[in-house]
Design a protein around this ligand. Structure first.
Ligand SMILES: *Cc1c(COP(=O)(O)O)cnc(C)c1O
Length: 398
């Protein structure tokens, strides 16, 4: 630390007073742990070559149209952004075939997920989500002081019928992710339709489709979008993001589609300028480049095949995923294996905060990144005795 920076004197009295002053629901929250940034590992290891497969980002980056739009907007940084996101909403409206007044744009879909909890739930209310579900649902519930009801997962995925049965008179919101992160599990149309019918109309259903673009490209699953059900279920809210397949995670832009009255309520509590100008123009241009999205999904599919082949060859258990990542069961030494991978310059994601202590989540990278990862992974797993050379040679001779 530089000498100019003085630390605040520690006062134990004040610190215990702060514990009394802060809202009890805030005191209970354990902070979100993000994936380790590439620059941090580069600093620690003193190396440049780092492979980051930790935050389900797009390994291709984003569409060149998005970067061009940003470059063309650099002269406009002195002005506030368009708080109504007019042009992006028009573009989304065209793209989705939904009216613009059903769309709310947020600072990442994280923001729109949280806005729903802030507008519709408070102390005494219940919010339902699945075991192993994306952590933002629990955080959004906690911050408004509502009671989170975590429904046990079924084969790591959402047990939709059990979730519908968990509804009480106090239930305000049910959060679902399809596919879910960190498990990659996916539910199909028939199960979804039965769930929609079972949930009372006075409970909001938030369907998080952050990985929708990857599923849309999978021929083998009966994929569907919640968008198709908005007209029949005014209590349904569908969220999507530009952070994953569109490759704009750094800019923070996502959106939800819902009944205009819901959108109106949420607009009352969002910050007036919640999405920055560069994010708005980049997202609008990225939307016009669907070929980039298709290519991203294809690179993802190819990388996933390579990773699955490796896991099957070494008999390493994993959760089959419909997203751009696979959560792998590496055993009791998952934390140590993660550390060893870091020292090889590979960043993956521990998921012990999700109650998946023996697992590591690996995002799908480019072919070159997957090769680097697999060679480090193989070496580390051999060193930890998770796989054996014997097994390897006998499998290789198959
Ligand atoms: C990554 C992710 C998001 C997207 O978050 P942003 O705030 O839009 O970057 C939302 N939901 C799930 C399940 C995710 O994995």
């Amino acid at each position: 630390m530089s000498e100019k920076i003085k630390k605040m004197p520690k006062s134990p009295v004040l610190m215990s007073e702060l514990d009394q002053m802060v809202l009890p629901q805030v005191l209970k929250i354990s902070p979100y742990v993000p994936g380790k940034p590439v620059s941090e590992l580069q600093r620690e290891l003193g190396v440049q070559q780092v492979v980051k497969l930790a935050s389900n980002e797009n390994p291709l980056g984003c569409s060149p149209r998005a970067t061009a739009a940003i470059q063309n907007s650099l002269s406009e940084l002195g002005r506030y952004p368009d708080g109504s996101a007019y042009y992006l909403k028009q573009a989304l409206s065209e793209h989705l075939g939904r009216p613009a007044d059903e769309i709310l744009v947020g600072n990442g879909s994280n923001e729109v997920l949280e806005l729903v909890a802030r507008a519709f739930a408070t102390v005494g209310d219940e919010v339902i989500y699945s075991q192993y579900a994306f952590i933002v649902y629990a955080l959004s519930t906690q911050v408004v002081g509502a009671t989170g009801v975590e429904v046990p997962a079924k084969a790591y995925g959402h047990d939709l019928m059990a979730m519908a049965e968990a509804v009480t008179e106090r239930t305000k919101i049910i959060y679902l992710a399809n596919p879910n992160n960190p498990t990659g599990t996916f539910f199909e149309r028939a199960e979804w339709e039965a769930f929609l019918q079972a949930v009372p109309q006075n409970v909001l259903i938030v369907l998080d489709e952050a990985y929708y673009e990857y599923v849309a490209e999978m021929a083998e699953v009966d994929g569907f979008s919640g968008m198709d059900y908005l007209d029949d279920y005014p209590n349904l809210i569908v969220t999507r993001t530009f952070s994953k397949a569109y490759g704009l995670a750094a800019l923070r832009v996502g959106y939800l589609v819902a009944h205009p009255q819901i959108v109106d309520y949420l607009n009352r509590i969002r910050e007036p300028f919640n999405v920055n100008h560069l994010a708005l123009v980049a997202a609008e241009s990225a939307l016009q480049d669907q070929a980039f999205v298709t290519k991203s999904a294809q690179v993802n599919r190819e990388g996933k095949v390579v990773l699955e082949a490796f896991l099957q060859r070494y008999h390493i258990p994993y959760i089959p995923s419909a997203g751009n990542f696979i959560t792998i069961e590496v055993g009791e030494q998952a934390a140590e294996i993660n550390e060893a991978l870091l020292s090889h310059g590979v960043i993956v994601r521990p998921v012990s905060n999700y109650g998946l202590k023996h697992y590591l989540r690996v995002s799908i990278g480019t072919a070159a990144e997957m090769q680097k990862f697999l060679s480090a992974f193989r070496e580390v797993l051999l060193a930890f005795g998770v796989i054996t050379p014997l097994e390897e040679s006998s499998d290789e001779s198959e």
